[in-house]
Design a protein around this ligand. Structure first.
Ligand code: F6P
Length: 341
């Protein structure tokens, strides 16, 4: 077979292990493997690299994606879709493995509807792709949040301060919630809930009355505090998402806390640090298992699917089933987290 592989959307640790696994398992079966550079842009512009064992084998521990990525949306026009289909056929692909989040997979679903043999693998540190327990990049991001909270605790404690930590998560609070539990935050604001600054301040007051001299507060970037600065936050990407980094919800919340409680407060935006670094053992194994499974399905002629993980089991779901949906943070988990505050 001739297999294509690409990575689209925001990068995340674990992409390279997935690419490597697609390549090594396909090459071991005598297949040819072609990498498209820069996500769908690479297919649109036929920017390709021939992947051999040497190219792929040493990238297991590397963050980012050796294939590069972009937020290119070929569905924006019929001519770019035609270019993608033409290059798909021109490269004589028997299968294309598209590794990405909702946006990347929505293009894969559209190609599949048009009859092309496509398989999706879920990647996003936001962990909000539906039908799977785990997306590539989530575990490493949570470890980064946990590590950051551990470090921020010592400086907050030394200075008797509140530290507001803004983490990624546009529509879902997986990284905020799981990272908060792992790092022992004193409060978390999630996109799943209405922000309640009063309740937060009441809790901080109680902590202070109980003798606590510092506090860690986590806020997901997607929380709507309703105080975003004008203009700068309206930049959108090719899929129409507003760039949230400029909204500064963490700094806004820190200002509100300091103003209301008179408790010195600092804020920090973890930002793209959460997408960097060497993949955790879990993300290496997850990416590898997804990659091997994708090649297996290609050899069985099973297309129009996304490989998912439920518990420890790999399954597949139709690509059509996930488009436009978001997997928000499990309410049972949120309830447990809240019992600590
Ligand atoms: O990949 C998803 C995500 O990490 C979001 O949580 C965040 O809002 C966005 O990417 C940032 O993307 P960019 O790399 O375009 O700044």
């Amino acid at each position: 077979m001739i297999l294509g592989v690409l990575t689209g959307g925001g990068d995340a640790p674990g992409l390279n292990p997935a690419i490597r696994a697609v390549a090594l398992s396909a090459l071991a079966q005598g297949d040819q493997v072609i990498g498209f550079l820069g996500g769908w842009k690479g297919v649109q512009e036929n920017d390709v690299v021939e992947i051999d064992r040497g190219w792929a084998e040493s990238i297991l521990d590397e963050g980012g994606t050796k294939l590069g990525t972009s937020r290119t949306n070929p569905m924006k026009s019929e001519s770019t879709m035609s270019a993608v289909i033409e290059n798909f056929r021109g490269n004589k692909l028997d299968a294309l493995v598209a590794i990405g989040g909702d946006d990347t997979l929505s293009v894969a679903a559209e190609l599949s509807r048009r009859g092309l043999p496509v398989i999706g693998l879920p990647k996003t540190m936001d962990n909000d792709v539906p039908e799977t327990d785990y997306c590539i990049g989530f575990d490493t991001a949570v470890n980064t949040v946990r590590d950051s909270l551990d470090k921020l605790r010592t400086t907050s404690r030394s200075h008797d301060r509140v530290m507001v930590v803004e983490v990624m998560g546009r529509d879902a609070g997986w990284v905020a919630g799981v990272g908060s539990m792992a790092g022992g935050a004193d409060w978390v604001m999630l996109p799943e809930e209405e922000p309640d600054v009063e309740a937060l301040c009441a809790h901080l007051t109680k902590l202070r009355e109980d003798g606590k001299t510092y506090a860690l507060v986590v806020i997901a970037e997607g929380v709507q505090l309703g105080t975003a600065p004008s203009g700068v936050d309206q930049k959108t990407d090719a899929f129409g998402h507003v760039q949230l980094a400029s909204k500064d919800v963490g700094a806004t919340l820190a200002g509100l806390i300091e103003e209301r409680l008179g408790w010195e407060t600092r804020s920090v935006v973890l930002g793209h640090l959460q997408r960097g670094g060497s993949p955790s053992a879990f993300d290496r194994v997850l990416g590898t298992r997804y990659g091997v499974a994708a090649v297996d399905h290609a050899h069985r002629g099973e297309f129009g699917i996304m490989v998912v993980m439920k518990g420890w089991q790999l399954r597949t779901v139709p690509l059509d089933q996930i488009a436009g949906k978001t997997k928000t943070l499990d309410p049972g988990f949120i309830a447990q987290l809240k019992q600590l505050f």
